[in-house]
Design a protein around this ligand. Sequence first.
Ligand code: UGA
Length: 506
Amino acid sequence: MKDQIQIYIVGSGYVGLVAAACFAEIGHRVVCVDNDEAKVQMLREGGVPIHEEYLPELLNRHRANRVEFTSDLKSAARAAQAIFIAVGTPQSETGSADLSYVDAVASEIARSIGDYKVIVEKSTVPVYTNEWIRKVVERNGVPQDLFDVASNPEFLREGTAVVDFLHPDRIVLGAQTERAAAVLRAIYEPLTSGAYYRVDHAVPGPRTSDDPPPVLLTTTKAAEIIKHASNAFLATKISFINVVANICEEVGADVQDVARGMGLDSRIGPKFLRAGIGYGGSCFPKDVAAFRHVAEQMNVDFGLLEEVEKINAEQKRRFFQKVRSALWTFRGKKIAALGLAFKGGTDDIRESPALEIVEMMLREGALVRAYDPAAAARASEMIPAGPQMRYMDDPYEAARDADAVVILNDWQEFAELDLPRLKKTMHFPIIVDGRNLYAPQVPLELGFTYISIGRPAAHGLTVSVERAGSDLRRPAMQARAFVPPRIAPLVGCETQTGTLARSEGA
Ligand code: UGA
């Protein structure tokens, strides 16, 4: 691999820390700065503040030689050739991205510039941010020929961020000058040349030396838009399939068959068509709102994104109603909530639909026993443990005497539950699965009532159900019904898939 480049990263959150570890892994020398002294100390001592596969290994491998942590922005930045800004861009009250951290960091960087540097936006920012950074640096007295501002958006998913970084679909480099582009190209050269994939310790992933990632060199504005548009498009795909799932529920079709059928069309693609309880996390909700706001400012009508947000909010409410339909009322019911993070594989609870649904159940008087392989500590800061809410150490403990198990995120562990064991511990064998982790036949054959998203509900006992008022659109059918002894037979979804959907629509 080529000579190392001195890289400086401001911000040691998910993006900054993963980028620091991965840049070191591909041979560069990295200083990671954060103004949180306690975090810096923890990182120096070998701690890893986030749950991310391969990150502890990479930090251990490079901490002693190629990665350094500091809270001293100015002195460390002096030696850097490229300074990456990876600070937070939270959502402001108006929905736009709050760029005050970026602004503050740009001023600070300006004070440390003595020779040529490329300042690279890595945080997700609205178009024109690079121009603002340029203005801020210039206002602080730095001559134009001593710096360039570039944009290098990241497309990392939490939980698989290291693999996504080292085996990307594409590398987007937005630069206005050849000088800046050359520095960025050199930084990613170990990946784009394929050299990294030949080294012994390379993190495994889809890329190989024969199939290295492509580079897209664009203007900075295009790079900024690529990031927002990609996240907004993926969120749109999710909301789209969630509405399709709701139609499937109404007609008794399986959304997974539909998604498979759509995804086989190479123009559509199979990814991000998993119906569920709506998207969450620190990126999609914020970025959809921010992109909508950018469009508004440019006087462009992007009402589509408002719909995407509306559908996403409705999907959580709809799932909550589904749990209610299975239990009739929440007050005093014991519910095992499996999943707290916004998705499996992470401890991140920001904008977590799982947590939102737990909160709704608590508000209605349910007794929640929650389990998540990684997110319980963070969740307990938001929802403290108490008589109504308890955090358990394993899913079977959470399910003890439960009236229902509710699956809220997609940890692999939840897709591999020992269902007979789970059933034995539960009061009623009801699973409401917000992530479609099981083929309905599997829990059904074990005697569970299994309710999922966009698929016919599966029930434990075979009972012939007469459909009143059936019409051509929804032909009368034989449904498998299970009426738990403690629950009154008012429960819509206990007898008919279509009934469940109808009661939700009210
Ligand atoms: C997302 C993007 O996927 C990354 O490319 C991007 O870099 C990142 O945001 C970012 O901007 O930093 P992430 O937020 O980690 O990554 O999570 P995803 O895996 O994209 O999932 C987002 C949400 O959508 C989760 O709540 C997930 O459960 C949900 N989802 C995802 C679905 O409901 N259905 C799907 O088919 C896929």
